[in-house]
Design a protein around this ligand. Structure first.
Ligand code: FCB
Length: 459
């Protein structure tokens, strides 16, 4: 590590004294995903994933970056976990790389499994809660070769994978998450082609979504049977859509934006139906749904993971849908995403009213990218500090309104492979120099560590 976290910054990252964030049982953690940090793409029998294939295609990822090396976390996991525990966080959210732990025939890859067993073991030794995502977008390529999420059979393969993992890792996981952001897998992967596997067809998106949700629904009872003590959930990204004017057409457009981003996933999970408005927006794209599927998908959840980043201002496109009208003069991040904590508050309070079956919530991702540089051994990420404070304040507001939020994970523990944007976009609270693999705590990390130390001392 470049800097000593005990030399903490003197300004405070301190919520008001009545804030839920002071409660020891409110989990504060950091999140990562396998493909974004592990590297070691060909070590110990790991098979290729759709992201290896996709990122190798010219023009798909900024600067031609791939996850082949990433943060080399597969080899540096021990020092990375020391770095994590120096932050004093309560919990760590990571994902398992499916292509690392199972071969084409469904047999376990012991070396890959041992990696996660050691990692989770060390996290437990350090007293951290473990939140494990089974699918954070790295589908084994051999399954994509058989149609990927367009093939119903892949949902059954996912249930087999969940079965193996929960038998092997039972007792080491506090919370299982089946899928991360099925919206991105279905829409970006099969609907517009911005993500792996890079297909672009609206009909594909809804069918892929159905199979993703089915995979989730089939995995939940398997996880329950094999590892009864842990919590089981799923992670959805949510988007706030606001109308560009008060006109009925623009308000409808904002509604449809949220149907496409939120209700498309949450309605099947929490009500067992797809929202009808979705097929008004995308006529003729109804997926093939077999009898019993919706009941499977709506399997009761112990918690819902929510990832929130920004809002989108929209107007009616004059027909069935919406178009974005970017607002001027608003604060944006390195991604161009607007900083808008009210969106998190408004969406969560809205869900609390809409869904009778809304389970307890963890914010499983929130954070921002900035063009961070190490100067004299320090990284001053002032925009991120303000961002985190404002979003944590929004979380607190929502809790006060009666929504059951149990924790918050910052995205991300360290700078990493940001999918189609490669290594240019830096989301970490720890800076990574990709030439040397040196990690440097950003000021945000120092302040989080300081706050959590103070919280522990008060308890
Ligand atoms: C989310 C992804 C995560 C990361 C952040 C910035 O959509 O789940 O892997 O890329 O966005």
């Amino acid at each position: 590590m470049a800097n000593d976290i005990s030399a903490l910054a003197d300004d405070v990252f301190s919520p008001p004294s009545d804030s839920a964030l002071w409660r020891k049982d409110f989990l504060l953690g950091a999140a990562t995903a396998a493909y974004q940090i592990e590297g070691a793409a060909q070590e110990d029998g790991r098979l290729p994933s759709i992201w290896d294939t996709f990122s190798a295609l010219p023009g798909k990822v900024l600067a031609g970056d791939t996850g082949a090396v990433a943060c080399d976390h597969y080899n540096r996991w021990e020092s990375d976990l020391d770095m994590l525990s120096a932050l004093n966080v309560d919990a760590y959210r990571l994902s398992i790389a499916w292509p690392r732990v199972m071969d084409e025939t469904g047999r376990p890859n012991r070396k890959g499994l041992d990696f996660y067993r050691r990692l989770l073991g060390r996290l437990k030794e350090k007293g951290l809660k473990t939140f494990v995502t089974l699918y954070h977008w790295d589908l084994p390529q051999h399954l994509e070769d058989r149609g990927g999420w367009l093939n119903r059979d892949v949902a059954y393969r996912f249930a087999d994978y969940a079965d193996l993992m929960s038998r092997e890792l039972a007792g080491q996981v506090d919370a299982w998450m089946t899928l991360n952001e099925p919206w991105c897998s279905a829409f970006l992967g099969y609907g517009n082609g911005h993500h792996a596997p890079g297909l672009a067809n609206g009909r594909f998106a809804t069918q892929a979504m159905h199979h993703l949700l089915l995979a989730h629904g089939m995995a939940i009872p398997v996880l329950r049977a094999n590892d009864p003590v842990s919590q089981k959930g799923i992670v959805a990204n949510i988007g706030r859509g606001t109308p560009n004017s008060g006109s009925a057409a623009d308000r409808r457009a904002a509604h449809l934006f949220e149907v496409q981003h939120n209700a498309w996933i949450l309605d099947p999970l929490l009500k067992g139906v797809y929202p009808e408005d979705l097929f008004e927006l995308w006529p003729g794209t109804d997926p093939l749904v077999l009898q019993g599927d919706m009941k499977t998908i709506a399997a009761p959840l112990d918690f819902l993971g929510i990832n929130y980043y920004f809002r989108t201002n929209v107007k009616s496109d004059g027909a069935h849908g919406f178009t974005e009208v970017p607002l001027e003069g608003v604060e944006r991040t390195q991604m161009g995403w607007e900083v808008y904590p009210d969106g998190l508050r408004d969406l969560l309070t809205g869900f609390n009213e809409t869904y009778a079956a809304l389970p307890p919530i963890y914010i499983t991702e929130n954070g921002m990218a900035s063009d961070d540089n190490v100067i004299d051994g320090r990284v001053d990420d002032a925009q991120r500090i303000a961002f985190l404070k404002r979003h944590l304040a929004a979380v607190d507001e929502v809790i006060k309104k009666g929504v059951d939020i149990r924790g918050y994970f910052v995205w991300s523990l360290m700078d990493n492979f940001e999918w189609a944007f490669g290594y240019e976009r830096r989301f970490g609270i720890v800076h990574v120099d990709y030439d040397t693999q040196k990690r440097t705590f950003k000021r945000s990390a120092e302040l989080i560590a300081k706050f959590l130390k103070e919280r522990a001392a008060r308890a």
